[in-house]
Design a protein around this ligand. Structure first.
Ligand code: ZN
Length: 383
């Protein structure tokens, strides 16, 4: 039995709009893992959001691996996999407006279906040391709007992470408590407002429900003010607690803004073991899926080991169809063709940068895997 059968979820097409391939495996293994995940969860389509820079460790080959998975799986079943490409930062004078524009143009030419940004995650924003609405990004955003691309952007963290008396033990251990050396959540929100003021037509998909489920009026204001803003549901499970606390209000929100909410779970290229059953309780490709689908579809209250007593939203079928599939389909259409020769060249250029030390992976072992994968992927796309 697969996951929907085991848990009694509704039979309908699902598009998992927020996956990552950042776990270090050989590229071929990553493709195989996504093949298994799609089969076990009965996913019709997935979007892999690449992330090359991250505050605690960079994974420079991430765009290349994502294109490889797309190439492999779409050859078996067209339109299975979409890639949201990620821009790279050097954190010095090499970062320029034209540089960012050229990176996005190159990603699109290689076959990116949209753009993923992590720069608004609190620790990454601190590392970037630049406002999200800095003019250096204007040319890039202008091009993204002109091309009609969607940006999936992670901005902020749960508000409790700024409060030493409220931050969860888990977040504190992960280093996600933010003192005064970090931007505040309201400063980050103001920067997003700055981006949207300059680019009001931007199709901006704010990940993790924008960490705004503790502020119902703020969530409504975002929806009312910016017509192309949408919220992605990737947990941030603290949102489940807020949905439960004000259940009827939030249920009505989901129904009213059903066209502007998308399904995602932060599913990684996780290898849980030999049996597909092992996915059920696997954090990076299982637990969050079950929490989210239960919260959206079911009506019986349940006790979650992490978030306590939760009351599901029990959304109507038409609402779920939009959240699970139709909204993302409307925004993305068919998966864009891959520029094979361009991807091969991109891999070779990155190999030079890694070998000369211009960019680095998280550690030596990861760098060795990145080098091996880039060689494999260059050869694959050169054929
Ligand atoms: Zn994510």
């Amino acid at each position: 039995m697969n996951n929907p059968q085991k848990n009694g979820y509704l039979e309908m097409p699902i598009w998992e709009g927020h996956c990552h391939c950042m776990m270090y495996h050989k590229a071929e293994r990553t493709a195989e893992l996504f093949r298994r995940i799609m089969e076990y969860y009965e996913y019709e389509r997935i979007t892999i959001c690449a992330i090359v820079n991250e505050s605690d460790a960079d994974h420079p080959a991430d765009n290349a691996v994502a294109f490889y998975v797309k190439s492999k799986l779409n050859a078996e079943k067209p339109n299975s996999v979409y890639v949201y490409g990620n821009i790279e930062h050097y954190y010095d004078e090499r970062d320029t407006a034209d540089g960012y524009l050229e990176q996005v143009k190159r990603l699109v030419a290689m076959g990116a279906d949209g753009i993923k940004l992590l720069d608004g995650k609190t620790a990454d924003r601190k590392r970037l040391n630049r406002r999200l609405d800095d003019p250096i990004f204007d040319k890039m955003y202008a091009y993204i709007v002109e091309q009609g691309l969607t940006v999936t952007s992670h901005v902020g963290d749960p508000r409790a992470n700024w409060d030493i008396t409220k931050v969860s033990e888990y977040a504190r251990k992960k280093g996600w408590y933010y003192d005064e050396t970090y931007p505040t959540l309201d400063e980050l929100y103001a920067e997003v407002d700055g981006v949207l003021t300059k680019f009001p037509k931007l199709k901006l998909n704010l990940a993790h429900f924008y960490f705004i489920a503790d502020d119902y009026d703020g969530a409504v204001a975002m929806m009312e003010k910016w017509e192309n803003v949408s919220f992605d549901l990737t947990p941030g499970g603290e949102m489940f607690v807020h949905f439960t606390a004000d259940h009827d209000k939030w249920r009505a929100f989901f129904t009213k803004y059903a066209d502007r909410i998308t399904y995602g779970t932060d599913t990684y290229n996780q290898d849980p073991g030999p049996s597909l059953d092992d996915y059920e309780n696997c954090a990076a490709a299982g637990r969050r899926i079950n929490q989210l689908r239960t919260m959206l579809e079911k009506t019986e209250p349940f006790d979650d080991p992490h978030f306590g007593h939760l009351v599901p939203l029990g959304l109507d079928r038409e609402v779920l169809e939009k959240i699970y599939y139709k909204n993302v389909l409307k925004n993305n259409g068919d998966s864009k063709p891959l520029g094979n020769a361009l991807i091969a060249q991109y891999c070779k250029d990155m190999l030079c940068e890694l070998e000369s030390g211009v960019i680095k992976s998280g550690d030596d072992n990861k760098q060795a895997m990145d080098v091996e994968n880039l060689k494999t992927i260059a050869a694959w796309f050169e054929k």
